[in-house]
Design a protein around this ligand. Structure first.
Ligand code: KIV
Length: 280
């Protein structure tokens, strides 16, 4: 049985204090959320990665807050125990504080219990405005996929000393603005360790080494749905893509050979009705 988390409890959760590392997995629909819940995860992230792993786009920039609300609602209908974090998509928190609060509220009304947004010090006014509207915010620093064009692609960040120090300042600025946790993506392990040591809220890593207060993986990466892209930090715990192709191929062969559907998979009318129909 998964522990039901509250944001205040999560915000104090640190491995350095003897707490177990947090487990976060993405989900985008009800069956996915049920699986993540049954596996005992602590948090479900309805990530804008939905754009790439479900909707077929090459980057996350194509999804809107309406798309995200649709997927948050589907996850929430599964009534999962893990805390649901709704990802604010690109351009939903970049223009104004009012815009950011309204968009965060859309995800909360769809069923999220908190929202996540990308970026550091420059997002502080938006984070403060959302937190002031009583909506818990998770930060996201390092390789921030919504900045793919600005970063020149999905590249490991903060490899140089100055950039690492800047990232730490960003993390502290987000904490001061009120975030309850920070995702650290695509940064060297020492950088993640430093930030984890220096801030009072949990860090959740993805491609950030073992020194964080938790880890997150994308559902489809973890379960091996596809082999097209395989970042170094992904560990596959299943091969559902290959297993699915094999299963669908067996179904196709059974349909073509007449082996499906079988007697047990068929509905029958009464003998009387069947006889009348057959003779008509
Ligand atoms: O959208 C997403 O799935 C994410 C994770 C990779 C952290 O932001």
């Amino acid at each position: 049985m998964t522990k039901s988390w509250t944001v205040p409890t999560l915000a104090r959760h640190k491995v350095a204090n003897g707490d177990a590392p947090l487990v976060m997995v993405t989900a985008y629909d009800a069956p996915g959320a049920r699986m993540v819940d049954a596996a005992g995860a602590d948090l479900i992230l309805v990530g804008d990665s939905v754009a790439m792993v479900v909707l077929g786009y090459d980057d996350p920039l194509q999804v809107t807050v309406t798309d995200m609300a649709y997927h948050v609602a589907a996850v929430r209908r599964a009534k999962p125990n893990p805390l649901v974090v709704g990802d604010l998509p690109w351009m939903s928190y970049h223009l104004s504080e009012v815009d950011s609060v309204n968009n965060a509220a859309l995800l909360i009304r769809a069923g999220a219990q908190s929202v996540k947004l990308e970026g550091g010090a420059k997002r502080v006014p938006m984070v403060k405005a959302i937190v002031n509207a009583e909506i818990p915010v998770m930060g996201h620093l390092g390789l921030t996929p919504q900045s793919t064009h600005a970063m020149g692609g999905f590249r490991v960040q903060a490899k140089e000393l100055a950039a690492a120090r800047e990232l730490l300042d960003d993390a502290k600025a987000l904490v001061d603005a009120g975030v309850f946790a920070i995702v650290l993506e695509g940064v060297p392990d020492v950088v993640a360790e430093l930030i984890t040591r220096e801030i009072p809220v949990p860090t959740i890593g993805i491609g950030a080494g073992r020194g964080c207060d938790g880890q997150v993986l994308v559902f489809h990466d973890l379960l091996g749905f596809e082999e097209r892209i395989r970042p170094k930090f992904v560990r596959r715990y299943a091969n559902l893509g290959a297993d699915g192709i094999e299963a669908i191929s067996r179904y196709a062969a059974d349909v073509r050979s007449g082996a499906f559907p079988a007697e047990a998979e068929t509905y029958h009318a009464s003998a009387e009705v069947a006889a009348a129909l057959r003779s008509s």
